[in-house]
Design a protein around this ligand. Structure first.
Ligand SMILES: Nc1nc2c(ncn2[C@@H]2O[C@H](COP(=O)(O)OP(=O)(O)OP(=O)(O)O)[C@@H](O)[C@H]2O)c(=O)[nH]1
Ligand SMILES: [Mg+2]
Length: 330
């Protein structure tokens, strides 16, 4: 695949992906994650070739604080879905260095059932890069998985930074997981994230936690009333469940399907996806145009000098932009 002639194999690669060959799918994702210019062109040709075979999955984003139970939930939910005959792909967006080899391993053990399920495919977050870059790779990976016949794509992201927005922008349904225990949690409720939510689900509603989970749900319901709904066709449910016992998992998925039916019927799903595609194009273009600013040593050095000049008031911002644009040959 590294050879320049690999470009000629795009049709074959596409065919093997569509046939559901997991090894080829994995290799194609590696191609997509590559920073080499020839790989990037091959990846673009591949996604274009596969475009008609993409877009058919139910795309669900899942977020929540560390330890809320995202991986456990995905394991249980995914296993339920493969038992129903679905093919489930699990992807992650995490541009932070938090995600070390160890935590990926931990994830695989947290998703022990899915990790050994022939109808599930788990791909960790691309190792490094800007959020825009990582998210772009995850989106392209999602398309490949769809072309390979995965009809449910679950995208996990930890509830820190801007990664939730990136995941909400690539999925149809954004699920925000919370813990039982009201009051304190509500204080820390990140309004921005809740505004993106298509559902709030309070996990760990088991054992002694059941009453506290119900109380938390009531508080979240009340809190949601003061927010403007994300969609005119959907009011955001607040549910409780337990990934440990499986209680409430089926109901959780029923909401996802209900949401989908409503958004398809109203045309909102198609509109949302169209907007996402365009936004995605602009994000990737921005990434591409800014790449030399991040990677070219000489430019980076010049930039910090220019920045210091601007900060010190010796260079006007617009003169600085002229200098930078000249450097980039624009
Ligand atoms: N009691 C109870 N424990 C749970 C439940 N779901 C998950 N846990 C436990 O919570 C801990 C964290 O679960 P994970 O699934 O790894 O959480 P996560 O959100 O993926 O965590 P990060 O990937 O580190 O952000 C584990 O010890 C799980 O066994 C649940 O429904 N009930
Ligand atoms: Mg996890």
């Amino acid at each position: 695949m590294a050879s320049p002639g690999a470009v000629l194999d795009i049709d074959r690669l596409a065919r093997d992906i569509r046939a559901g060959d997991r090894a080829v799918l994995s290799r194609a994702i590696t191609l997509i994650e590559s920073k080499r210019a020839d790989h990037r062109r091959a990846a673009a040709a591949l996604t274009q070739t596969l475009l008609a075979a993409t877009g058919k999955a139910v795309r669900v984003g899942i977020t929540g604080a560390p330890g809320v139970g995202k991986s456990t939930t995905i394991d249980v939910l995914g296993t339920m879905l493969t038992a129903q005959g679905r093919k489930v792909a699990v992807l992650a967006v995490d541009p932070s260095s938090r995600r070390t080899g160890g935590s990926i391993l931990a994830d695989k053990t947290r998703m022990a059932h899915l990790a050994n399920d022939a109808n599930a495919f788990i791909r960790p977050s691309p190792a490094s890069g800007t959020l825009g870059g990582v998210a772009a790779k995850t989106r392209e990976t999602m398309l490949l998985c769809e072309a390979a016949g995965y009809d449910v794509v679950l995208v996990e992201t930890v509830g820190v930074g801007q990664s939730e927005i990136a995941v909400a922008d690539m999925t149809d349904f954004f699920l925000v997981l919370m813990l039982p225990g009201a009051g304190d949690e509500l204080q820390g409720l990140k309004k921005g994230v809740v505004e993106l939510a298509d559902m709030i689900a309070i996990n760990k509603a088991d054992g002694d936690n059941i009453a506290r989970a119900k109380a938390a749900a009531a508080e979240y319901r009340a809190a949601l009333h003061i927010l403007t709904p994300r969609s005119p066709n959907w009011s955001v449910p607040v549910v409780t469940y337990s990934a440990l016992t499986g209680d409430g998992i089926a109901a959780l998925w029923a909401h996802v399907l209900d949401h989908r039916a409503r958004l398809v019927a109203s045309g909102e799903l198609a509109a949302r996806r169209g907007e996402q595609q365009v936004k995605w194009m602009w994000t990737m273009l921005e990434e591409r145009l800014f790449a030399p600013l991040r990677s070219d040593r000489a430019i980076k050095a010049a930039l910090s000098r220019i920045e210091a000049e601007v900060a010190a008031g010796r260079l006007s911002p617009n003169a600085a932009v002229e200098q930078i644009a000249d450097m980039l040959g624009r």
